[in-house]
Design a protein around this ligand. Sequence first.
Ligand SMILES: [Zn+2]
Ligand SMILES: [Zn+2]
Length: 187
Amino acid sequence: MIIEIVTLGKIPREVLVELSRRLEKTYAPHIKSCAIGASLEIPPAAYNPSRKQYDADLILERVLHRITGEHRVLVLLDVDLYTSSRDLNFIFGQAQSPGRVALVSLHRLNPPFYGKPPDPELFLARATKEAVHELGHTFGLKHCTDPSCVMCFSNSILDVDKKKSTFCKTCRRKLHRQTTFTIRVWR
Ligand SMILES: [Zn+2]
Ligand SMILES: [Zn+2]
């Protein structure tokens, strides 16, 4: 299986290269590679002027319509996201679970958002955690109660910084089960 990173809007190339390298490492041996794919425009209809945020569900739906093939898609964008399906001020990301598309916003992962100096390593570590997390949902993984597990739900940036970028033993086992079952169709 291949993960394709699709960007909506401008994301620095070096962030994409390093993130794909880290995703390959974390998801080995379940994925073959993580490729940097298309760069698309953010659908203007996704912007909600009263919230000053973008509708993650609408973006997910639009991307889903555009993709072909069997690979998994990680959509990266730099705008603030919300979902109408849950009562939250914002979300770091959203995914089909199980499914093919995961969405991660880098907007609130960058230290300057919190008035802190730029820190490329911290920024990348956060992006990796959220990407691993949302992709985990596409493999059918649910939220984990282990606060250090990457599948633990993050309500704030403190939660993101607290958890690791890797799966706990239970989630790793579940991931293994989800990715090794093959469906055979007998004719
Ligand atoms: Zn989640
Ligand atoms: Zn876990």
